[in-house]
Design a protein around this ligand. Structure first.
Ligand SMILES: *Cc1c(COP(=O)(O)O)cnc(C)c1O
Length: 413
């Protein structure tokens, strides 16, 4: 008996068009876009895709929930300004992201700052700017209260909670158990009381439990537990919330066998939670913060084939781009087993003569892989390799200095 091996494919990449044999953005082929960039490699971000993702969010998630953009996913200033026009707030993760956030139309009270190990300088910057500081430790609380007094300003403080649960099936867990993020839920009521009795303003809670999740039931479970925990903390502290940030964690499909996240059941459950907890949170601004889900699919990373060689029957396409620009595509940014992102030859879309190849970068390390043993159209030197799903954790998450190759260019179209 022969068993047919089922081929597992990437989810259909629905956000970019093809004209003839060319992958296009707004009727421009990738080689035209390479002319605009002035070089390969480049990242190109398509604003229309971001709008589609925001529309999808609005179509399924209740209006009561405000949407924030987590800037660390992609801090490119033009992109951040554009996203800021279409969401209710921004979340930053360092002082370096603050000027970009302040340059947008977002009001300081809709900008929040999360992340462990905030320095005196960072806390000073946040208080002076009037943004919300998400307090992640008792040391940070002491620093914020003291710096507020020194500056003669009332710090706007939210407490980031390290919940007593985890986001199941999450790409990266960021809550539950011992963590460097947030203050353990057990001591949060006492911290809230301390803030309420100080010169600072207690703004609310931030409960972020994980990232890159594609399972609606896991996200629903985390939302149920988040609302229950927030209610408990309100009751135990006796303080109401101006804002409750319930985190995010919505994922996008990267690897074969993954599919797009279905927001409908998540939205229906949130509607139910809003009703159920109306007595506690009717005056609270409810927030979901997303990075990757909003911008991950808008970006392509495009490089040129510099060499094509065969080594012991295996064909290698060697490009001018690699892990120094796109670490996460190489599999070295939190993956346990390396899997291929969706990769195409941007000027040979739909070609039927194919070969099995590995696409590699120019760095002297076997880690520099763009696509390993993938079936692609037969390609030539000078062809363009495009990596989909490259709008988040790309340039800013990569070791640009490693091997001293030229910098990547970013285009926002
Ligand atoms: C990184 C981060 C995010 C964004 O995560 P995505 O997976 O990109 O949506 C949101 N909130 C906090 C606190 C983060 O640290």
């Amino acid at each position: 008996m022969t068993q047919e091996k089922k081929k597992i494919d990437h989810a259909p990449m629905v956000y970019f068009n093809v004209q003839g044999s060319d992958l296009v953005i707004d009727n421009r082929t990738m080689s035209q876009i390479a002319c605009i960039a002035g070089q390969t490699p480049f990242y190109v971000y398509d604003r229309r895709v971001i709008l589609d993702k925001i529309r999808l969010f609005r179509a399924h998630i209740p209006k009561r929930i405000h949407l924030h953009y987590a800037m660390k996913a992609n801090p490119h200033p033009a992109l951040v300004s554009f996203v800021a026009e279409h969401v209710e707030g921004l979340d930053i993760a360092s002082q370096g992201e603050l000027p970009v956030a302040l340059a947008t139309k977002t009001h300081p009270e809709d900008i929040s700052f999360a992340g462990p190990g905030k320095t005196e300088r960072e806390i000073k910057a946040a208080i002076a700017a009037g943004i919300i500081l998400n307090i992640e430790s008792l040391t940070e609380l002491d620093r914020a209260l003291r710096i507020g007094t020194e500056l003669g300003l009332s710090p706007q403080l939210a407490v980031r909670v390290n919940p007593d649960f985890e986001l199941k099936s999450s790409g990266m867990k960021m809550g539950g158990g011992p963590k460097q993020f947030g203050i353990d839920a057990e001591i949060v009521p006492q911290v809230i009381k301390q803030i309420a009795a100080s010169n600072a303003t207690f703004v609310g809670l931030h409960i972020f439990s994980g990232s890159q999740n594609l399972k609606p039931e896991a996200i629903i479970d985390a939302h149920n537990k988040t609302f229950a925990l927030a209610e408990r903390l309100v009751k135990e502290s006796g303080c109401s919330l101006q804002k409750l940030n319930i985190g995010g964690g919505f994922g996008i499909p990267y690897f074969p066998g993954e599919s797009h996240l279905d927001l409908q059941p998540i939205g229906e459950n949130l509607e139910r939670l809003i009703q159920q907890y109306d007595a506690v949170f009717s005056k609270t601004e409810l927030i979901i913060e997303l990075g990757r889900y909003l911008v991950g699919e808008c970006g392509l990373y495009v490089s040129s084939i510099v060499d094509k060689k065969v080594s012991r029957d295996h064909t290698f396409l060697i490009t001018d781009g690699g892990l120094h620009h796109h670490l996460s595509n190489s599999g070295n940014f939190g993956q346990v087993i390396r899997k291929n992102y969706p990769v195409v030859i941007a000027n040979r879309m739909g070609a039927t003569t194919t070969e099995n190849v590995s696409v590699v970068g120019p760095l002297c390390t076997p880690l520099d892989i763009l696509a390993d043993k993938m079936t692609l159209p037969v390609a030539e030197i000078g062809d363009l390799i495009a990596v989909y799903q490259s709008g988040a954790y790309g340039k800013s998450a990569s070791p640009a200095r490693f091997l001293s190759h030229p910098d990547v260019v970013e285009l926002f179209l």
